[in-house]
Design a protein around this ligand. Structure first.
Ligand code: ATP
Ligand code: MG
Length: 436
């Protein structure tokens, strides 16, 4: 490895020590007889000050540098009141490792706002910006914490296939692929496989995976390739057990972000509040009542909440100090949800988690009685023959179970207060974007 110290590790207490830093030339300031070279690495920025009368040869080389060149500078750490971070380097050597072409397709050091489409066209350059990179270091902390929670709670980390004969739900949202001589589809959800694993006795599982949705519309919260966090657990009493898992794991992950991604939150200008009280759990009917009474809003589809409805409910609960809440009991749900249960005052045991006014996950208690499921499929006009492998696997004894699928990109979008979900994805895919 090339010998170097991260800029973030160079502190005023190291005054007088010699260190080497390596990174991109973030900014050059030529003041005549004096050149400031500000070097950027993963951890931040550090300036080296080249003086013509102190180190004439190095000074000349520094004057020839260009923005985004990759350099290694060795020098003496010097405490300095004026330098950002309170410290700078007095250079002893300067090595140009790789020269950058000019001009750059995007400005990195200057505060010039490019539109998202231009940024994504040049994503490799765009990701050099510290406030953009911060999103992904934060995401790493967030998902580490999430997985950590599930590991500690005894959930097994699984992987399910991404190519199958049919989809979890079928429909127009599937991407077809040519699989040898056959038509197959990219996975839209690990749903069916998670349930099979419950029948197989895995008891508690989680999967950090990928789902594909051929949405034919581009919105600020939909993409075609999604990072998904899926969970399933068995021997539950009802959907509340599933919501408990969702709530506790999310709270823990957010706490860890608040504690270990302080620098990133700072960079993004996000004031993250971790919901410490219980997340409210309201029924679907209560949600409709709030929308009608408080906002005079009626969702177009009376069996679902629309984007505006979720946003308004988000405002309503945010005002009461609850950024996250569950809506429970959506009517007319898909065949694999437990529904129309005698004694229930809700239509189904399906819930959505809404965080900062946007759906983050859907889940609930599943139907584990195959006969009841077949009846639902017939009522919904679902072709059972596409699901025989699944119905068959569940026929030989299946414990009551439930779970959810959490959209990781949406979670990152909401935690980082990003306008568009694509900002939360390194190389996003949507109906109009297949490169880079
Ligand atoms: P929506 O109604 O918001 O389109 P959905 O109810 O169709 O989402 P689910 O099938 O419930 O989505 O998927 C579970 C989670 O996956 C969602 O709550 C969301 O966080 C995420 N998700 C689903 N579709 C997309 C998408 N196209 N882009 C990004 N995230 C998605
Ligand atoms: Mg949903």
């Amino acid at each position: 490895m090339i010998d170097r110290t991260y800029t973030g590790d160079v502190t005023p207490e190291m005054d007088g020590e010699t260190v080497a830093i390596a990174g991109h030339v973030h900014e050059l300031r030529d003041l005549g007889g004096l050149v400031f070279v500000i070097v950027r690495d993963r951890e931040g920025l550090l300036q080296a000050v080249f003086k013509e009368d102190r180190e004439p040869a190095l000074f000349e080389d520094a004057e020839d540098l260009g923005a985004e060149d990759v350099v290694r500078i060795e020098g003496e750490v010097t405490e300095s009141g004026q330098a950002p971070g309170g410290v700078e380097l007095v250079p002893e050597s300067l090595e140009l490792i790789d020269e950058a072409d000019a001009p750059l397709p995007l400005e990195i050091s200057k505060d010039v706002e490019a539109d998202l489409s231009t940024r994504l066209d040049n994503r490799g350059i765009d990701l050099r910006q510290p406030e953009v990179k911060a999103i992904f270091t934060l995401k790493s902390v967030l998902m580490d914490a999430m997985e950590d929670w599930f590991e500690r709670e005894g959930f097994v980390d699984v992987d399910t296939p991404l190519i199958s004969k049919g989809g979890a739900e079928g429909g127009a949202e599937l991407f077809p692929v040519v699989y040898y001589e056959e038509e197959a589809f990219l996975s839209q959800s690990p749903q069916l496989y998670k349930q099979i694993l419950m029948a197989s006795g895995f008891d508690k599982i989680y999967e950090t995976g990928t789902a594909f949705r051929a949405e034919d519309f581009a919105t600020s919260r939909h993409v075609s390739e999604i990072a998904m966090f899926d969970v399933e657990l068995a021997y539950i009493e009802d959907h509340d057990d599933v919501m408990d898992v969702q709530e506790e794991s999310l709270r823990y992950a957010l706490e860890q972000v608040a504690e270990h991604a302080e620098h990133e939150l700072d960079e993004l200008g996000v004031d993250l509040t971790v919901p410490d009280e219980d997340f409210p759990r309201i029924t679907f009917d209560e949600a409709l009542d709030i929308l009608e009474d408080e906002f005079g809003h009626f969702p177009d589809d009376p069996t679902d909440l629309d984007t505006k409805g979720e946003k308004l409910l988000g405002e309503y609960f945010e005002e009461q100090g609850h950024p996250a809440f569950f809506v429970v009991g959506y009517p007319d749900e898909k065949f694999y949800y437990m529904q129309n249960v005698e004694g229930d005052d809700i239509a189904s045991r399906k819930f959505d988690l809404i965080y900062k006014g946007q759906e983050l996950s859907s889940g609930g208690q599943r139907q584990h009685d195959v006969d009841a499921m077949r009846e639902m499929m017939q009522a919904e006009g679902v072709d059972e023959s596409n699901f025989e492998f699944y119905l068959d696997a569940l026929s030989y004894g299946t414990p009551p179970h439930g779970g959810y699928g959490l959209g990781i990109d949406r979670l990152v979008q909401q935690v980082c207060d990003l306008d568009n979900i694509k900002e939360a994805i390194l190389f996003p895919r949507d109906p109009n974007r297949l490169a880079p």
